[in-house]
Design a protein around this ligand. Structure first.
Ligand code: FES
Length: 254
């Protein structure tokens, strides 16, 4: 009988929040063009480790399956990225290589590879990364955005809040309240928005507070790992410039 090619995976597992983690090995049938999400589905279907022991399906988060929602972000061979766009063929140097899967380390683990990214969404709230609207009916056309503002905003709005930049940033850790690059990038997106700029001062106040822009250590890991090419370091530099001008203005206005 011909030997069926398989994919070997080593998965870091954790049964409940706060419980000890452990590793399990799995082997699934190889398919051309398969991605890591497919591997996880095959693990669930097979229900056994590579050693033949019964194993619960590996928990992970996913939604769009096309690198748009960011929910399947995890560490794959030590690199933070999305499971749905990580092709097995690109991860293996030889067919015998073992692919390792781990949850992100900067977010609390819910179970296995599934983490709670609420912290990121709280940081978006903190920097008012939204356009303020009320429920009143208003026929006034929205303010037009110049070509330049549109071109500045477009790369920033590609952010899918996946957590890659937060995971890679050494300044985001248990000793530091730094909100991370994604929230700063989104704050800068709305600073220029025709309606969003109504909250410009509140955003700057949040960004100069504890854990704000001053927490950036300029490691620049964020731009290296961002799957969407969001210009995060440019956004942080822009935030710094706006904060300097804002602080000077406040000082002269005293
Ligand atoms: S499932 Fe949405 S990015 Fe992977």
């Amino acid at each position: 009988m011909a030997h069926e090619r398989t994919v070997k995976l080593r998965v870091k597992r954790q049964d409940t929040p706060g419980s000890p983690s452990y590793w399990q090995e799995f082997e699934v049938p190889y398919e051309p063009q398969m991605n890591i999400t497919t591997c996880l589905q095959l693990i669930a279907a097979h229900g056994r480790t590579a050693q033949g022991q019964q194993a619960a399906p590996v928990a992970y988060d996913a939604n769009c399956l096309e690198e748009v929602c960011g929910s399947c972000t995890m560490l794959i061979n030590g690199r933070v990225r999305q499971a749905c766009s990580a092709l097995v063929d690109d991860l293996l140097s030889t067919p015998d290589d073992v692919i390792t899967l781990e949850p992100m380390t900067k977010f609390p683990v819910v179970r296995d590879l599934f983490v709670d990214r609420s912290r990121m969404f709280e940081h978006l709230k903190r920097v008012r990364a939204w356009v303020p609207v009320d429920n009143s009916v208003d026929d006034t056309p929205p303010p037009l955005m110049s070509q330049k503002v549109q071109e500045q905003g477009y790369p920033l709005q590609r952010c899918m809040t996946c957590g890659c930049c937060v995971e890679a940033c050494p300044q985001v850790n248990e000793h530091n309240a730094f909100i991370g690059p994604a929230a700063i990038g989104q704050a800068m997106l709305y600073q220029k928005h025709g309606i969003g700029q109504n909250l410009a001062e509140e955003r700057l106040e949040a960004l100069r507070d504890t854990g704000g822009v001053a927490g950036c250590g300029n490691a620049q890991n964020c731009v290296k790992v961002c799957p969407k090419g969001v210009p995060l370091t440019d956004a942080i530099a822009r935030a710094n410039r706006q904060l300097t001008i804002y602080s000077l203005r406040r000082w002269f206005d005293r």
